[in-house]
Design a protein around this ligand. Structure first.
Ligand code: ZN
Length: 387
């Protein structure tokens, strides 16, 4: 069994160990040391990264209580090698993970709920608990968790005997047998867990709940701790500041300022629809009458307006009408509505699709589709079709 240096001191990340075995493993080497500050992953926490003898460790894993290192170079068995865990990553992982213990303990102690899932994502952490909470209950939990941080309580690791475990109360996701590793936050929590944690709650720094959602009958809590929480708060702050600058608002009024802009936007949209309704009536009255196919290029805010316009035109004239509407982000493509009062638009629709790289169809009275062609090409097509 590999001696786990992080068990009693999770801050030792530079260490010397003896190489017990080193065997080729594909294009790399599988190395076993007598001791390791590298955590091989587990309990929701990623394996550590870092170097052995100055060479990058490709991966760390555990099998039958022995920690295996995958390395690009070989080390002679029996020699000593220097190991170095990537400190920043490990410290951050410990902040997130230990923060999860605190948050979960606070919820467990007050509401009796249990942790049923924990995931450390690259952007945020998630904690799944088997209970549903009001926003103010989670707000309380966040504040209480940060009190536990402020109190800077010791976090210790122990391996109780089977008899001690019988009477010990601790949180665990599953029924455990054999040796159980207990992580204790003084006066607050006992939890079975294999990962390295910070040694005092003060090291966790800020515990910030970002949001929550209903999840599988319980709650999924998104949160961050320590420097990652600070980065996220700074990101939020920059967003709010950007919005405030654009809207000449102060942070206390950001939401109402945005609501006001959205209301103004809705009112403008409605005004535009009303103006377009008047406009299509005028345009339809001015459209040339007769049997010749008519092609028009317009942009309306609303599908209903476009269709109403086509209906007004076909009611007035006997020839087919083709309304071309721009496609967002593609200047050389149009959506078309093709219609006629009597007769059929099918032949014209087929000719358009063929000549103008289009697709679409419909009934005798109306067809819809898209074409890929410039305005000039569409006009030229109609010019020649009329002749
Ligand atoms: Zn843990």
């Amino acid at each position: 069994m590999t001696e786990r240096i992080y068990d009693q001191d999770s801050h030792i990340m530079d260490f010397t160990a003896r190489v017990l075995t080193c065997v080729p493993d594909g294009d790399a080497f599988d190395i076993v040391l007598d001791r390791s500050a590298f955590f091989p992953g587990g309990g929701g926490q990623e394996a550590d990264t870092g170097t052995l003898g100055g060479h990058p460790v490709l991966s760390v894993s555990e099998k039958d209580e022995i920690i295996h290192f995958r390395c690009p170079v070989a080390f002679a068995e029996g020699t000593l090698v220097e190991g170095q865990v990537d400190r920043e990553t490990r410290l951050s992982n410990m902040q997130q993970h230990s923060g999860e213990h605190v948050l979960c303990a606070v919820l467990h102690n007050r509401y009796g709920v249990d942790n049923v899932g924990f995931h450390m994502g690259s952007r945020e952490m998630t904690l799944d608990v088997n209970g549903v909470f009001e926003p103010e209950e989670l707000a309380w939990a966040e504040e209480e968790a940060n009190r536990v941080v402020r109190d800077d309580l010791p976090i210790t690791i122990s391996y109780p005997s089977a008899e001690e475990l019988e009477t010990l109360e601790y949180r665990s996701k599953k029924e455990l047998t054999g040796t159980v590793r207990i992580v204790t936050i003084e006066g607050t929590d006992r939890c079975a867990c294999c990962a390295p944690h910070v040694m005092h709650t003060g090291e966790i720094g800020l515990i910030k709940i970002l949001r929550s959602e209903h999840y599988k009958g319980g709650t999924r809590v998104y949160f961050l701790c320590g420097l990652k929480a600070l980065s996220m708060v700074n990101l939020y702050q920059a967003q709010v500041h950007g919005i405030d600058t654009l809207l000449s608002a102060v942070p206390e009024d950001t939401l109402s300022a945005v609501q006001k802009v959205l209301e103004q936007n809705e009112a403008l949209k409605e005004q535009r629809v009303q103006a377009e309704r008047r406009l299509i009536q005028i345009l339809a009255d001015q459209a040339p009458l007769g049997d010749a196919p008519l092609v028009l290029f317009e942009d309306f805010s609303d599908e209903i307006i476009a269709r109403t316009y086509v209906n007004l035109l076909t009611a007035r004239r006997t020839g087919p009408v083709c309304l071309c509407l721009p496609r967002v982000g593609d200047p050389d493509a149009y959506r078309y509505i093709l219609a006629i009062q009597k007769g059929s638009v099918r032949p014209l629709c087929q000719a358009m699709n063929q000549t103008l790289s289009g697709r679409g169809g419909g009934s005798d009275a109306m067809a819809q589709g898209t074409i890929r062609a410039t305005k000039e090409a569409v006009e030229a097509f109609f010019q020649s079709y009329r002749q």
